[in-house]
Design a protein around this ligand. Structure first.
Ligand code: ATP
Length: 472
């Protein structure tokens, strides 16, 4: 196994703070850390998994449950190798690689050029090398790690990850290679016909799936923004060609609305229009979010009008007719596609970036995650004021047992109350419930503390469920 050395590159202070919080509080860990780590691979701890699942569920609700024209699919990661020949990935899914001859730091040439304001996304390698030469002459081309200027020319580097799945030999040759899927939508095209034949949906309709994708990224160094193993949430909407513009605009609106509903401020979102389109595409926009941890706007989702390229190619390579017959118009045609494609892990970083808040509460500096309530990993934490008073502990456990059947809750009796608040604030828990002496001796009421304001109110135990049902 080739293990990439984990190169330490400069990260922003905010990114370092987020990485540190993620590790300290059990959101995200470096993959294989006890063996020195594996570059571009991360594992999700308890709270990170809960947060990621909540983002996923919110996407799924808006794409499936709230609509009646999109169906789910969960296709396998391993797919017939011809899939990726037909889609063009085997021949063309690459990024321009340059390397520092001194420290062997590998960099994406298009990203270097973009740093100088030169638009280089998906541009031909000759163009990229010409632009790099100009920077070289101007002595502007420098290694991002060691700062020296001995940088190679750019060459194409395939992002496809190969495996010997099902191969009778352990050699990796073109004829026995099975790829790990570089995007989830491939499975949707291959199961388009089975979906139509089993569910009989009328056009327009969509197929959505959430799952892992793998790319041999040249430089996977921005924490969970760009990793070699990641999750995508993709939807392919099958339409008649004449409806492309209307449906494209509809999906742009639907997706932007979702970001706003999840509490991302309007001014931190923008559309980026791709000028250089694939030959089959008629429109491509990215949703960009203003990452304070990355120092500016970057892509979180792409929305693409892909024409009939995908189904035509798979029809051609498989020999299976993937046309659609419209009963009403008596027309037979290959549907066109509008795609929405978001990175789940990138969205985890986006929500952490947006939620990371420092303020002053009661004269003390504090750090908290101002996550939208619906995405918070833990909704309610329940504490006894003191852990060594059995009556308080018993009552708090009783309340916890009731609330946890309705909400994701946590019982905490570690340390003092101040410490518990700090921990729950850093996890982003919207409400903490404390059982104190008055609860058991006097009024059967508990203190409910609000994460964002620090305000506390007394609520009757038998009204807690109602109270929280209104909040969530
Ligand atoms: P980039 O130009 O940043 O390499 P892309 O334009 O190739 O990305 P798409 O193929 O359009 O990305 O993928 C759709 C979405 O999947 C992206 O908007 C992003 O959220 C997510 N994504 C793509 N590559 C990665 C990765 N290596 N790590 C995490 N998420 C990714």
């Amino acid at each position: 196994m080739i293990k990439e050395k984990i190169v330490k590159v400069e990260t922003s202070k905010r990114m370092e703070e987020i990485i540190s919080l993620c590790k300290r509080r059990g959101f995200v860990f470096q993959g294989s850390e006890i063996y020195g780590g594996l570059g571009g691979v991360y594992d999700y701890g308890h709270y990170g998994t809960l947060l990621k699942n909540n983002i996923r569920d919110s996407w799924q609700k808006s794409m499936i449950q709230d609509r009646d024209d999109v169906y789910l699919l969960d296709s396998a990661i391993f797919m017939h190798p011809t899939t990726w020949v037909a889609s063009g990935h085997v021949g063309n899914f690459d990024d321009p690689l340059v390397e520092c001859r001194k420290c062997h730091n590998r960099m994406r040439a298009d990203h270097i050029l973009e740093g100088f304001g030169i638009s280089a996304d998906k541009m031909p390698i000759d163009f990229i090398n010409k632009e790099l030469d100009k920077l070289r002459e101007e002595k502007k081309l420098k290694c991002s790690t060691c700062g020296l200027s001995d940088i190679t020319s750019a060459k194409k580097f395939s992002l496809m990850i190969k495996s010997n799945f099902g191969s009778p030999t352990d050699e990796l040759k073109e004829e026995n290679v099975v790829y790990l899927r570089p995007e989830t939508c491939g499975g949707i095209y291959l199961q388009y016909k089975n979906t139509v034949d089993s569910l009989h949906p009328k056009l327009p309709f969509g197929i959505a799936q959430i799952g892992k994708a793998f790319r041999n990224e040249i430089a996977a160094r921005q924490f969970i923004f760009r990793t070699r193993e990641f999750e995508q949430m993709e939807m392919q909407y099958f339409i008649h060609k004449k409806d492309t513009k209307e449906k494209y605009e509809m999906w742009k609106d639907v997706r932007m609305k979702w970001y706003l509903e999840q509490g991302i401020p309007k001014d931190k979102l923008k559309w980026y229009k791709h000028e250089k389109l694939a030959h089959y595409a008629s429109e491509a926009y990215d949703v960009k979010y203003d990452f304070s941890s990355l120092g500016g706007f970057d892509e979180v989702e792409g929305i693409h009008a892909r024409g009939d390229w995908d189904l035509s190619q798979h029809s051609k390579f498989s020999g299976v007719d993937l046309s659609y017959y419209d009963d009403e118009t008596k027309e037979r045609f290959i549907p066109h596609i509008v795609e929405t494609s978001a990175g789940l892990n990138r969205l985890v970083l986006m929500f952490l970036d947006n939620a990371y808040t420092e303020d002053n509460l009661g004269g003390e500096k504090r750090l908290f995650l101002k996550l939208p309530k619906q995405l918070a990993p833990i909704k309610i934490a329940v504490f006894p004021l003191l852990r060594n008073k059995p009556a308080l502990v018993e009552k708090a456990k009783e309340i916890y047992d009731i609330l946890k059947t309705y909400f994701m809750c946590e019982f905490d009796d570690n340390g003092n109350i101040g410490k518990r608040y700090r921990r729950q604030d850093e996890i982003g828990t919207p409400y903490c419930v404390t059982v104190d002496f008055e609860t058991i001796e006097k009024d059967n009421m508990v203190t409910v503390r609000d994460r964002d304001t620090g305000n506390q109110e007394r609520i009757k135990i038998n009204e807690l469920k109602e109270f929280f049902a209104k909040k969530f």
